[in-house]
Design a protein around this ligand. Structure first.
Ligand code: SF4
Ligand code: SF4
Length: 321
């Protein structure tokens, strides 16, 4: 549902501490989320995520590359109550990032979600999520919440889908009709069984479109909803501990950190052709030491990948030019 006050069903539920859970409480939550800039908010119950079996098959097939942490967290992902004992509601929130492509001074680019001028989105979104969570704990004293950004082992797209705020596109992204897929997802686990209208997950609206599959430069998106992460530029330029090779460099175009191609071509995303200056030149980045990197990128999302990864990506891309 849009993060603005909608009408809520009158179903009465009871929280774990036996307080009545009224529709009014959910309305105030929706209003709060809207005030904080979230574009969608939805609700679902914890339990085995709808896409859990597919996730397990994907892990078994080894298509997750060297992301061993995914392997190790399978059990936690099977049910969010393993992240918050007594969890009764999952609140799914979507927060937008700008569709304009961030450019270096010399015309190279990075993925949009990085928002190079801002603090790492994990920190920003956690703060915002906690403000929504506070709304709940103030209303239900003794209740507990846990805010999860994408580093927590929860299948956020699966729960966002279950909550009815969007559908999963063939590019595996959560797509919110009228808004697109340029959103961060935040999940808040709550021990209160908040009431909400009965939700039907949204059917796919991709139809016969396969623009994202055709546009993927590496073949990582090798079918509808089918991703070989070990070939994906988002993985190779950020998560993969090895340096990017020149063959991959040839497929990177002008983007040296992440990849937005399967989202750029999606008709549900508007404004994707616009650009904005946001970074120093690649020459300047290549000349940086750790101190300079820390000054410019110390609080940003680039800090996680580190200066050497960033430099090796730029070298791969330039050597292929
Ligand atoms: S992010 Fe890029 S490389 Fe990865 S699947 Fe999408 S288009 Fe392909
Ligand atoms: S590009 Fe087309 S097929 Fe791919 S996610 Fe968007 S609408 Fe669906």
């Amino acid at each position: 549902m849009k993060a603005s006050p909608p009408s809520i069903c009158n179903t009465q539920a009871h929280s774990s501490n036996s307080q009545p859970v009224s529709d009014k409480s959910t309305s105030s939550l929706i209003e709060k989320a809207s005030c904080l800039g979230f574009v969608e908010i939805g609700f679902s119950r914890p339990g085995r995520p709808l896409f859990f079996d597919q996730f397990c098959s994907w892990i078994s097939s080894g298509r997750h590359g060297e992301m061993g942490w995914l392997d190790r967290s399978v059990r936690l992902r099977e049910d969010p109550v393993r992240l918050l004992d007594g969890g009764r509601t999952v609140v799914s929130l979507a927060y937008p990032y700008p569709p304009a492509k961030p450019l270096t001074e010399d015309g190279f680019s990075v993925a949009r979600y990085t928002e190079p001028e801002k603090e790492d989105y994990h920190n920003r979104l956690r703060k915002l999520g906690r403000r929504v969570a506070k709304e709940i704990t103030e209303r239900y004293p003794g209740s507990k919440t846990r805010v999860c950004i994408d580093s927590a082992p929860i299948m956020e797209r699966s729960f966002a889908y279950s909550s009815g705020i969007g559908f999963i596109g063939k590019n595996n992204m959560l797509i919110i009709p009228g808004h697109g897929s340029y959103v961060f997802l935040v999940e808040i686990l709550v021990t209160v069984p908040l009431s909400y209208p009965k939700i039907e997950p949204m059917s796919s609206q991709c139809g016969s479109c396969k623009l994202c599959i055709d546009a993927c430069p590496t073949g990582a998106l090798d079918g509808a909803f089918s991703l070989n992460a070990s070939r994906c530029l988002s993985y190779l330029t950020i998560e993969d501990p090895s340096a990017v090779g020149s063959e991959t460099g040839k497929k990177m175009g002008k983007c040296f950190f992440g990849c937005d191609i399967c989202q750029e071509v999606c008709p549900f995303n508007e404004g994707g052709s616009s650009e904005r200056p946001a970074l120093p030149s690649t020459k300047e980045i290549l000349g940086m030491g750790e101190e300079g990197f820390s000054e410019v990128f110390g609080k940003t999302v680039f800090e996680r990948a580190g200066l050497e990864k960033m430099k090796s990506n730029i070298r791969a891309l330039r050597s292929a030019a």
